[in-house]
Design a protein around this ligand. Structure first.
Ligand SMILES: O=C(CO)COP(=O)(O)O
Length: 245
């Protein structure tokens, strides 16, 4: 297995039946040429964990958790709760959450600390809007997001940083060019130091995965729509694994 990460977030898709089916497809897989991870909705975490079994090489993540451990926060889930359901990593600060759910840089930082308090690996999402990129401020914007997310976190603590430019995400998005990704990967490394592994996300698919995986400074791919079928996810894993292995 290379150290290269390839994972998918299901966002708000899949009820338990399809979640179980996806997890069975993962469990059936014996050899992994990359480090796999899957990030189901909170409702499916325990089911996917049970299907994967206790020693699965597939790392399980939660899409979100509150920064407090417990309390009167109706509708929220805590880090201890998602950890109890089987998550060992926590996605924080996805642009959809920043845009729609008031996930500010301050809250991202609180959630990073909450994840680390409970031994979960933070997967911190950063990325600029189209306006910021057009104005020439992408690198500086992302560096600021990274610095704010990691404020107060000791240098030696590992973290994954997913660079997901907002304009690249989703059905209306277009994948970033490798040169732009390389520039930001270097920027993130400078802002976060050696503890950070930089992933790229935003319209990754089978056709562009290898080009994006080969970008200098990129240590993983974070895939949405193109990996929501387990066979498609495994095709991306294989194609990237063949080229990196
Ligand atoms: O947001 C993403 C992963 O978190 C990327 O989504 P898409 O691959 O569907 O553009």
């Amino acid at each position: 297995m290379t150290e290269f990460w390839v994972g998918t977030s299901w966002k708000m898709t899949k009820t338990l039946g399809p979640a179980r089916e996806f997890a069975r497809g993962l469990r059936a897989r014996r050899d992994w040429p990359v480090r796999p991870f899957v990030i189901p909705p909170a409702t499916a975490l325990a089911t996917v964990a049970a299907e994967l079994g206790p020693d699965s090489p597939v790392r399980l993540g939660a899409q979100n958790a509150h920064w407090e451990d417990a309390g009167a926060w109706t509708g929220e889930v805590s880090v201890p709760q998602v950890a109890d359901a089987g998550a060992t990593m926590l996605e924080i600060g996805h642009s959809e959450r920043r845009e729609h759910f008031a996930e500010t840089d301050e809250r991202v930082n609180l959630k990073v600390h909450a994840a680390l308090r409970h031994g979960l690996l933070p997967l911190i999402c950063v990325g600029e809007s189209a306006e910021v990129r057009r104005a020439g401020g992408a690198a500086e914007f992302v560096a600021d997001q990274v610095r704010m997310a990691l404020a107060g976190v000791p240098d030696a603590v590992p973290a994954l940083i997913a660079y997901e430019p907002i304009w690249a995400i989703g059905a209306a998005g277009r994948p970033a060019q490798p040169e732009a990704v390389a520039e930001i990967a270097a920027t993130v490394a400078a802002a976060a130091g050696a503890r950070a592994t930089v992933l790229y996300g935003g319209s990754v698919d089978l056709g562009n995965a290898v080009d994006l995986a080969l970008v200098p400074g990129i240590g993983g791919l974070f895939v949405g729509r193109a990996a929501w079928q387990v066979s498609d996810y495994l095709s991306i894993v294989d194609r990237v694994g063949e080229r990196l292995g």
